[in-house]
Design a protein around this ligand. Structure first.
Ligand code: ADP
Length: 404
C-alpha cells in the first residue's frame, strides 16, 4: 500500500511517501516550511538521491499540500504518475484526549471528536486538522487515518495520570496526564525488543526521546505505564525552549511580578525557557555542548540541568516498574549526543547500568548497543521512525475496515 504521511504543524508540514510493501524506506520525503510567511520553502528528496528546493509564496496548509502533491507528481522529481496512486493518507494528530484510544479512519464523527480535542491542545491540534481538511478537498475519496501521539500512553494507570488537583477538574475539563511522542516510544520499544532478542512482554524498558521536545516513558511489557509529558507537552524533561517540570507556585509568582498575561506566560514557558532560557544563547544541544566545552558556564549549567533531569526520571521509572532491562535513547540529541548519554548514565552502576565508552563515542549511525557485556541493563541507541509507524497504522486501519 502506498501511503502519504503528513505531519502538519503551525507553519510547516513534513511529509513522507511510503510504499509499505516495498520496505521501510520512503520513496520520497520532505517538508514545507515558513507557510504563510515570506519565502516559504519546499524541500524534497527522492529515495534515489534526487533532491530539489523550491522557494515560493505558500499562503496556507492547503497550498502547501498542493505543492507536495505537485512535486510527488512532477516528471523530474516525482514518484507517482497520478493522484490515485496514493492509496491512503496517514495524519499525525498530537492530542486524542480520552476519546481516541486507537488510530482511526477519518469520518465526519471523527472530525467532530478532533475538534473537541482542540481545547486540550490549542497549539497543535488546529494545525493537524487544517492538514486533514486540506486533504479532504484535494484528495477526495482517498481514505485517511489519524494516528495520535497520545494513544500509546492510554493504558497509564489512574494513579500515574491523575494530578493532585480537585478531582472535579479532571471530570470537568479532562485535566490529567496524557503523554505525547507515543509513536516514537512505541517504535523504539518494539525495535529494542527485537535487538534484545526477547519477547517485549518480558521486558521492562525506559525509552528516552530527546529532540527539540523531550519525553521519557516507562514501558513495561510493551505497555506505557508512565511518561513525563503531561496534560500538554510542556511537562517533564527540560527541552530546547520548554521548561519541563516547574513549581506551579513559581508560575503564579512570575505572572504576578512581571505582570504577564496568560498568552505571555505561555510564550515564556514554551518558547523562552529550557536550554534556551538557562543558557541565554541557544536551544540547540550541539551549540550548548560546544559552548560548554569552550568554558561557557551558563551552557554548562543548561547541559547539566538537562542531563540530571533525565537521570532522575530513569531512577523514578526503574522504581515504578520494579526493575529495568533496557534503556533506549532516540531523537536528535538521544541519537547523536554521546556527551548527554554519558552524563545521564554516569554513576548508575548501582542499577547495573554501565555503558562502554568506545561504543558510546562511536560515530556509527543507526541502531546500536552501547552498554558493556556485563551491564544487566542493555542500553541502545535507536533512530526513531514516527512516519513509518503512522504509515503502518494507516495500513492496519484500512485493512481492518476492508476485512469487515
Ligand atoms: P525534533 O524534535 O524537532 O524532531 P530532533 O529530533 O531533530 O528535533 O532533535 C533536535 C535536537 O537534536 C537539537 O537540540 C540538536 O542540537 C540535536 N542534535 C542533532 N544532532 C546532534 C549532534 N550531532 N550532537 C548533539 N545534538 C544534536
Amino acid at each position: 500500500m502506498k501511503i502519504l504521511v503528513l505531519n502538519s504543524g503551525s507553519s510547516s508540514i513534513k511529509y513522507q511517501f511510503i510504499d509499505i510493501s516495498e520496505g521501510n524506506e520512503p520513496l520520497a520525503k520532505g517538508s514545507v516550511t515558513r507557510i504563510g510567511m515570506k519565502g516559504a520553502i519546499l524541500d524534497h528528496k527522492r529515495q534515489d538521491g534526487d533532491s530539489v528546493k523550491i522557494v515560493g509564496e505558500i499562503i496556507d496548509h492547503q497550498a502547501a499540500i498542493e505543492y507536495i502533491l505537485a512535486i510527488l507528481l512532477s516528471p523530474n522529481h516525482g514518484v507517482i504518475k497520478n493522484r490515485e496512486e496514493i492509496e491512503a493518507v496517514g495524519h499525525r494528530v498530537v492530542h486524542g484526549g480520552e476519546e481516541f484510544t486507537d488510530s482511526v479512519e477519518i469520518s465526519p464523527e471523527v472530525m467532530n471528536g478532533l475538534h473537541e480535542c482542540i481545547e486540550l491542545a490549542p497549539l497543535h491540534n488546529p494545525h493537524n486538522i487544517k492538514g486533514i481538511q486540506a486533504c479532504q478537498k484535494l484528495l477526495k475519496n482517498i481514505p485517511m487515518v489519524g494516528v495520535f501521539d497520545t494513544v500509546f500512553h492510554h493504558k497509564i494507570p489512574d494513579y500515574a495520570y491523575i494530578y493532585g488537583l480537585p478531582y472535579l477538574l479532571y471530570k470537568r475539563y479532562g485535566i490529567r496526564r496524557y503523554g505525547f511522542h507515543g509513536t516514537s516510544h512505541y517504535y523504539v520499544s518494539q525495535r529494542a525488543a527485537l535487538l534484545a532478542e526477547k519477547p517485549i512482554s518480558e521486558l521492562k524498558m525506559i525509552t528516552v526521546h530527546l529532540g527539540n521536545g523531550c519525553s521519557i516513558a516507562a514501558v513495561d511489557g510493551g505497555v506505557s505505564i508512565d511518561t513525563s509529558m503531561g496534560f500538554t507537552p510542556l511537562e517533564g524533561l527540560l527541552m530546547g525552549t520548554r521548561s519541563g517540570d516547574i513549581d506551579a507556585g513559581a508560575v503564579m509568582h512570575i505572572m504576578s511580578r512581571e505582570e504577564l498575561s496568560l498568552g505571555e506566560i505561555n510564550t515564556l514557558l514554551n518558547k523562552h525557557s529550557g536550554l534556551m532560557g538557562i543558557s541565554g544563547t541557544s536551544s540547540d544541544m550541539r551549540e550548548i555542548t560546544e559552548e560548554m566545552e569552550d568554558g561557557n558556564d551558563r551552557s554548562r549549567l543548561a547541559f547539566q540541568v538537562f542531563s540530571y533531569r533525565v537521570k532522575k526520571y530513569i531512577g523514578a521509572y526503574a522504581a515504578a516498574m520494579g526493575g529495568l532491562d533496557v534503556i533506549v535513547f532516540t531523537g536528535g540529541i538521544g541519537e547523536n549526543s554521546q556527551q548527554v548519554r554519558k552524563e545521564t548514565l554516569s554513576g548508575m552502576q548501582f542499577l547495573s547500568i554501565d555503558i562502554e565508552e568506545n561504543l558510546n563515542n562511536s560515530q556509527v549511525s543507526g541502531e546500536r548497543k552501547i552498554s558493556t557485556e556485563s551491564s544487566q541493563v542493555s542500553v541502545y541507541v535507536i533512530p526513531t521512525n514516527e512516519e513509518l509507524v503512522i504509515a503502518q497504522e494507516t495500513e492496519r486501519i484500512i485493512n481492518q475496515k476492508n476485512d469487515v
